[in-house]
Design a binder for this molecule. Structure first.
Ligand code: HEM
Ligand code: HEM
Length: 301
């Protein structure tokens, strides 16, 4: 559904939203407020456009309820989202004409600002629906999160088997690296793909030296254990141990590449969801300020 909602039924809702916008603009141009006053929300046309805007806002908010009613027969969710997006943009034109471009430091303008913020966050939502599902597909390349986790688990078992004969210290380091959660973490860690901290430390200088020694390929995101293995490898002269350590580096490298893909997937998922944390609360802020706007204009006009 992610991209198709924009093209739903040959753009029927884009056409509907355009008609609504053009009609409002035409009415605004044709209608002359009484006694030569400027356009504003209190004229006959102002009330009409304000009412249309309010009906639209209530209907746009209804999407949250409609989405969760799986048995509803009132159109598919895809149709609803398509209409939501286009009519949501048309709302900006309708309400701006309602105000007659009269803004001030008051609750009326506050609801207008909330409306703009909801629309902007919605536009960002559409952008992320177009961008992240595609990136997720490319990143997973036919696999899925469970399969990746399974492959990582297998590679970890391989690492442990190789590490068994390479001394206590390396074995403990390998075990520790496997205890670090791969995909959990705060929303911020997921969004920024920040690595969970590890108890194992190795200086930047030493990392650089090991990379320069050509034991680790450039560009890949190695965890600290790889540096520990590479460090040991540099000091080992036993050919059998050397072979096992090289093999371990190879398996660890493959595991890290998979971990990287998995974490990228989690990052995309988080980016795909983040705008909702603005869109939904802001739409409730809009609703509350709109109710106050309507009550105050009826009390004071
Ligand atoms: C039933 C719906 C609505 C009614 C009856 C209504 C009524 C009015 C009235 C009477 C005014 C003139 C007030 C004045 O000039 O001080 C006004 C202005 C305004 N309305 Fe509405 N309105 C409605 C919906 C909306 C909506 C949906 C928004 C925005 C989300 C909105 C935002 C504004 C703004 C920004 C002004 C200009 C305030 C100013 O002059 O400083 N109104 N409205
Ligand atoms: C003032 C206008 C708007 C209001 C009050 C509003 C309100 C809402 C609400 C309540 C939801 C349901 C969220 C949920 O429960 O998951 C939603 C979803 C959404 N809105 Fe808006 N919205 C508005 C305008 C827009 C605009 C202009 C766009 C895009 C251009 C947009 C894009 C979306 C999208 C993409 C969703 C998610 C649909 C889905 O989950 O499949 N919204 N909006």
């Amino acid at each position: 559904m992610h991209q198709s909602f924009l093209l739903y039924r040959r753009l029927v809702f884009l056409k509907l939203a355009s008609v609504l916008t053009i009609l409002s603009m035409a009415a605004y141009l044709i209608y002359v407020p009484a006694a030569g006053l400027p356009h504003n929300g209190g004229t006959w046309l102002g009330y009409t456009l304000g009412t249309v805007g309010t009906v639209l806002i209530f209907w746009l908010m209804w999407l949250g309820i409609r989405k969760r009613h799986y048995l509803s027969r009132t159109g598919s969710v895809q149709a609803w989202v398509s209409a939501h997006v286009y009519l949501g943009v048309a709302l900006v034109f309708i309400v701006t004409l309602h105000t007659g471009f009269q803004f001030g430091a008051n609750v009326h303008t506050l609801s207008y600002v909330f409306m703009l913020l909801v629309v902007i966050s919605g536009l960002y939502g559409v952008f992320s629906y177009l961008r992240y599902p595609q990136l997720m597909m490319e990143n997973l390349a036919g696999s899925n999160q469970n399969l990746l986790l399974h492959e990582i688990f297998n590679l970890e078992q391989e690492c442990l088997a190789l590490g068994d004969t390479l001394g206590e210290e390396l074995h403990a380091a390998l075990l520790h690296s496997m205890e670090i959660p791969i995909i959990s973490g705060s929303t911020w860690q997921q969004l920024t793909r920040r690595k969970p901290s590890s108890k194992q430390k190795i200086s930047r200088q030493r990392r650089r030296e090991l990379k320069q020694a050509g034991l680790l390929e450039k560009g890949e995101d190695y965890d600290v254990t790889m540096y520990l293995v590479a460090d040991k490898l540099l000091h080992t002269h036993d050919p059998e141990q050397t072979a096992r350590m090289s093999q371990l580096l190879d398996v660890l490298g493959r595991k890290n590449a998979l971990v990287e893909r998995l974490r990228r997937n989690v990052q995309y998922q988080a980016l795909l969801d983040i705008w909702r944390y603005l869109h939904i609360p802001l739409s409730f802020a809009l609703l509350s300020s709109l109710i106050i706007h309507i009550i105050t204009v009826f009390l004071y006009w």
